[in-house]
Design a protein around this ligand. Structure first.
Ligand SMILES: Cc1cc2nc3c(=O)[nH]c(=O)nc-3n(C[C@H](O)[C@H](O)[C@H](O)COP(=O)(O)O)c2cc1C
Length: 157
């Protein structure tokens, strides 16, 4: 279901730390703005791995079809406010979230694809790795990339 506010969790574990924090922030934003919200877990969708074909660099979207990527993307593009959270696994996002990030590689062709949206990026970790998680070069959902490359206004926490 598309909504004005999207809470997107990249955790493989349902109902645990990342889901809890993303939901809380999403609900807080919904309460404050009076807008509708939708919570989505990337791990609940069927998502194939990036094949590395780089056709996305000319198509502007992933060339792999037949899975749920377009559905997740539709929620993301429909929302005005994005609350995106991911646990830190070895200073990086977990594999499922990384697959999602890799599959959005074609956004490079349009640096305004998220223009006008506001985004909160949430890192969840036991104790370390936040900085490299958020600033990993080339990662789509880092504070720097989401704002500099894709046009959204982002805050990290
Ligand atoms: C494979 C793996 C690697 C992890 N690597 C890190 C890490 O580098 N730094 C850290 O502080 N926590 C690390 N953690 C801990 C998780 O970030 C932490 O438990 C987090 O709360 C998990 O989120 P969840 O409750 O949504 O599953 C790791 C956990 C796993 C399973």
């Amino acid at each position: 279901m598309s909504a004005a506010i999207l809470g997107l969790s990249g955790s493989p574990r349902a109902g645990c730390n990342t889901d809890i924090v993303v939901r809380r922030v999403m609900e807080g934003v919904a309460e404050k703005t009076g807008r509708d919200a939708n919570f989505v877990r990337v791990a609940d969708f069927e998502l194939r791995h990036c094949a590395g074909c780089r056709q996305c660099m000319t198509l502007g979207r992933c060339a792999i079809g037949g899975d749920d990527l377009d559905e997740i993307m539709s929620y993301l593009f429909a929302a005005q406010i994005l609350v995106i959270g991911s646990p830190v696994y070895w200073n990086s996002p977990p594999g499922i979230m990384k697959d999602f990030m890799d599959r959005s590689h074609g956004w490079y062709t349009d640096h305004t694809i998220l223009a006008g949206k506001r985004a909160a990026i949430i890192s969840i970790a036991t104790g370390g790795g936040f900085a490299s998680h958020e600033d990993a070069p080339g990662a789509t959902f880092t504070r720097s990339r989401i704002s500099r490359a894709h046009g959204a206004r982002a805050r990290a926490g």
